[in-house]
Design a protein around this ligand. Sequence first.
Ligand code: ACO
Length: 325
Amino acid sequence: MEMYSRVVGTGRALPGQPVSNAALVDRLAKSGIETSDAWIRERTGISQRYIAAEGVSSSDLAAEAAQHALHAAGLSAAQLEMIIVATSTPDMIFPSTACLVQKKIGASGGPAFDVQAVCSGFAYAMATADLFIKSGKVRNALVVGAEVFSGILDWTDRGTCVLFGDGAGAVVLTADQQPGVLGHRLHARGEFENILRTPGSVSHGKATGHPFLTMDGQSVFKLAVQVLDSVAREVLADVGDQVSDIDWLIPHQANVRILSATAKRLGIDESKVIVTVDQHANTSAASVPLALDVAVRDGRIQPGQRLMLQGVGGGFTWGAVYLRY
Ligand code: ACO
């Protein structure tokens, strides 16, 4: 009997109160950085973001999102057999954020590890968990995307610091004879590592290099739209579905212009695209599970519908997970 992984619970966590564009503009003006609500809105579609207070870490947000997902799934932490956290902003070099989450939610014993694929991290983590479940090794898995990107932003670079936010989204996957995850594809092209990077490292107790996010925005834009289109078509071809079978497209939430261009290229109506970048900004690995949870809880996503989840980001990496909810 073929086994599938199925999403049985989702959850999210956003730190503190939203920071509006106006509030951010004021904050940046104090250090002489000029930007405007109009520029941010027009170029990105972002109107607010959440920024974690000092001391709030990715594992804090991940654990909170995980608790909500477990509650929605009707499972206890003790029933989890695997935890994967997608993050590029782990609490520390080690242990992994996943191990810290395991401790915080009171789970124990099963494998727990992080996946680092930047904004594609959640797709990578979902595909990994799906393969463990399909193989019969694991019954219940927790997959989280969690980021405190505010900690790696150069707050003097207006070209990047207005684009990102902090948060976490989680799903509980369980083994089922009914699908579930129908297919996935993951990709990377390391030759583009320089268009989006945080080129710092730690050596002899000191941060070296440039431990802040840098980006060639236009190159990222072009590549993102191209690969979000191609990877969706690959997964649909694997499964034998058409674009018209997708009920909801949930791409990585970097920028509304990327979302619109992707929908147009795929030939999917924009009303079928879940958009949360306006509310959360770009939360990297957290963006897709955050958007998923919003649309599940507001009732747009209904059981049996087909969802295309897509990640794209630093590496350069990209991937898609196609599932029946
Ligand atoms: N406020 C006001 N002006 C700004 C700001 C700002 N926050 N940031 C840049 N500008 C100015 C620039 O200085 C420049 O001014 P100039 O013409 O006088 O030199 C002007 O705006 C245009 O700058 P560009 O960088 O060319 O602006 P562009 O239209 O390309 O928009 C953006 C920038 C929004 C980043 C765009 O390139 C984009 O959408 N890229 C996609 C990448 C993205 O969203 N990345 C997110 C992370 S990647 C990921 O998650 C996959």
